[in-house]
Design a protein around this ligand. Structure first.
Ligand code: KIV
Ligand code: ZN
Length: 521
């Protein structure tokens, strides 16, 4: 009998914590729906107490998503636990509260300034508080892999006694190595009373590039829940990439005979692309499973081998993870109905108003390029969703540039009925367009990163601009925009970043530290 390994997706919580990745509610909902199709077992939808936006996202996901368990994160602080409980309540019997508290000596001494006895009592108190709200409670001793094993066993035992149904062992700073991490799980299995009353989970970070290997070692040692993110996004070097764990278990089922996952692997590539679009975080071409080159064979010997017998150089069939599922492209002659059907097939759930906006852009693009591919459509959706009467939209852009002129841009923006226009010179056409936006909105953004990629193939391909900007508060804000004209795509991407800042309000790292200290954790 093979055991099920539960897949706990934290793309919307730990993944979203990644600098520049922050998503708005609309974007989070698209990701949550895709995670539902991917058939993950648990969606960690956010950290409800941290902001109204996080609370709303967790609450909306708990209300609308059916199938996976929905959880919200909470520190061992009453108001965190209550907020998480209120946010996940709508998921009814699929509601989980995830409580965490640091346990390692370095965190006890320097961050929490609390003795070990207090860590134990806070754990018990907090798990009990969460248990009074929902029956499904997960407890995470943060920095578990650097905690003294004897003390870790004590904390885990206390959490289970208090009612935790899942105990998660985080490798918070990516310090573990596979054999040792597996040993730690075995140690807990042999030294914690009633350990079989809870599911053992692991949550690995990728600082040494071993998050997936550590997760697999933990499963071999008895863990039955794995936490990770799509594309491995997350703090610093990221979290364990779910698609890699799932495909390692599936591809090597000859070796991993004792366990399996129930993830719908054919949705992997779609999930990867959607998360990349929604978070603005590009996937490296060589990334396993989901990178553009993951199944590309360039050497003649390999190509020859593949043609003779695919398995000579391919250990997985790319179609099994959803590569190559593109259908016939649309053209400018395709109607709104055909476009809407294709978008629905691609998994987007769009309102009539959004479809209307996308159709206008679709027609513009259709006039400029022969075929509109699925990826082009994805880029247009990304450009259009989340645009409301409260967001600034690009109404018009005119740029002059050349070897003998000073680049100049005139931009008109629209928000609801209001339109504003201004012009600016710049060091180049993109710079001029951004400065014109800045003049209109009386702000100043600095471009930190800028990439242009072709969304589909051919001379007339849509250019997609990905950028990161700093608006003076230390955060990196991402923006993405697409057009057949890269200057227009740049202006759209910049405006997306501007709208994110306006939507999120002013942030300072000092404010966050103040908030954490006020909570005493
Ligand atoms: O990395 C970590 O320790 C976490 C916990 C909150 C589970 O993200
Ligand atoms: Zn984490």
């Amino acid at each position: 009998m093979s055991d099920k390994v539960f897949i706990f997706d934290t793309t919307l919580r730990d993944g979203e914590q990644c600098p520049g990745a922050s998503m708005n509610l609309r974007e989070k909902m698209e990701v949550a729906r895709q995670l539902q199709r991917l058939n993950v077992d648990v969606i960690e939808a956010g950290f409800p107490v941290i902001s109204d936006g996080d609370f709303e996202a967790v609450h909306t996901i708990a209300t609308e998503i059916r199938g996976p368990i929905i959880t919200g994160l909470a520190r061992c602080v009453a108001k965190d636990i209550d907020a998480a409980g209120a946010a996940v309540k709508a998921a009814e019997d699929r509601a989980r509260i995830h409580v965490f508290l640091a346990t390692s000596k370095i965190h006890r001494d320097f961050k929490l300034k609390k003795p070990s006895e207090e860590i134990i009592s806070l754990t018990i108190e907090s798990v009990k508080r969460a248990k009074a709200i929902v029956s499904d409670v997960e407890f995470s001793p943060e920095d578990a892999s650097r905690t003294e094993p004897e003390f870790l066993a004590e904390v885990v035992e206390a959490a289970i006694e208090a009612g935790a149904t899942t105990v998660n062992i985080p490798d918070t700073v990516g310090y573990a190595v596979p054999a040792q991490f597996g040993e730690l799980i075995r140690y807990l299995k042999s030294n914690v009373k009633r350990i079989d009353d809870a599911v053992i989970s692991v949550h690995c970070h990728n600082d040494l590039g071993m998050a997936v290997a550590n997760s697999i070692a933990a499963i071999q040692a008895g863990a039955r829940q794995i936490e990770g993110t799509v594309n491995g996004i997350g703090e610093r070097a990221g979290n364990a990439a779910i698609e890699e764990i799932v495909m390692a278990i599936k591809t090597r089922s000859d070796y991993f005979k004792d366990f399996h996952t129930e993830v719908n692997a054919r949705e992997i590539v779609k999930s990867s692309r959607l998360v990349s679009r929604m978070s603005g975080l590009l996937v490296a071409r060589s990334k396993a499973i989901v990178g553009e080159n993951a199944f590309a064979h360039s050497s003649g010997i390999h190509q020859d081998g593949i043609l003779k017998h695919r398995e000579t150089y391919e250990i997985m069939d790319p179609r099994d993870v959803g590569w190559g599922e593109t259908e016939l492209p649309l053209t400018k002659h395709s109607g709104r109905h055909a476009m809407a059907k294709r978008l629905q097939h691609l998994g987007y759930q769009l309102s009539d108003q959004e479809l209307g906006q996308i159709f206008i852009r679709f027609k513009e693009i259709g006039d400029k390029k022969k075929f509109v591919y699925d990826d082009d459509l994805g880029a247009l959706v990304d450009d259009s969703i989340g645009l409301t009467r409260e967001t600034w939209q690009l109404d018009y852009i005119n740029v002059t540039s050349g070897t003998a002129t000073i680049p100049t841009a005139t931009v008109r923006l629209r928000k609801g009925e209001e339109t504003l226009q201004d012009s600016s010179l710049g060091n180049g056409a993109v710079d001029a367009a951004m400065k014109a936006v800045d003049r209109i909105l009386k702000q100043q953004g600095h471009l930190v990163e800028y990439h242009v990629t072709a969304v589909s193939s051919g001379k007339d391909a849509l250019g997609e601009v990905n950028l990161k900007c700093d608006f003076g508060d230390g955060r990196l804000i991402t923006g993405k925009g697409a057009s057949t004209d890269v200057i227009e795509a740049s202006a759209r991407a910049y405006l997306k970043a501007v709208n994110r800042v306006l939507h999120q309000g002013q942030y300072t790292p000092e404010k966050e530290i103040e908030f954490l200290e006020a909570a005493g954790v």
